[in-house]
Design a protein around this ligand. Sequence first.
Ligand code: ZN
Length: 142
Amino acid sequence: MSDTALANPPTIVPFLKFGADGAPYLEGQQCADCGEIYTTERMACSKCFSRKPFKAVRLPTTGELYTFSIVHRSYPGIKVPFVSATVDLDGACSLKGTLIDVEPDPEHVKTGMKVEVVFRELEHKNKEGRTYVSYFFVPKKG
Ligand SMILES: [Zn+2]
């Protein structure tokens, strides 16, 4: 484990990274041939089938709500209802996550609404007692 991994909090997904300044960001993998971006590393691009190595890129922090579900039943300890969202990140890939800071009902959540990516600490801790960090979507202000 590197010093960086010890300094930074645990994350819920491997593509949530921390910059040199300690600020979290999401890292995508970009196809060297066609530029398609994915959240996870792949053996080949599913758009152009290139097998060249992918390039790590920072994912944008803005996007548009593509679709959502309001979840009323989940695992023990998970507060419901919440909004499970799929967002098309601007100029990049789709990303699934939770939309927060909005009433979880169809009156307040609309497909096509502009959203931003934010990072928050979770209530859950790992076995060393360190708090997990995750990404969420929030409605874009203004
Ligand atoms: Zn490609």
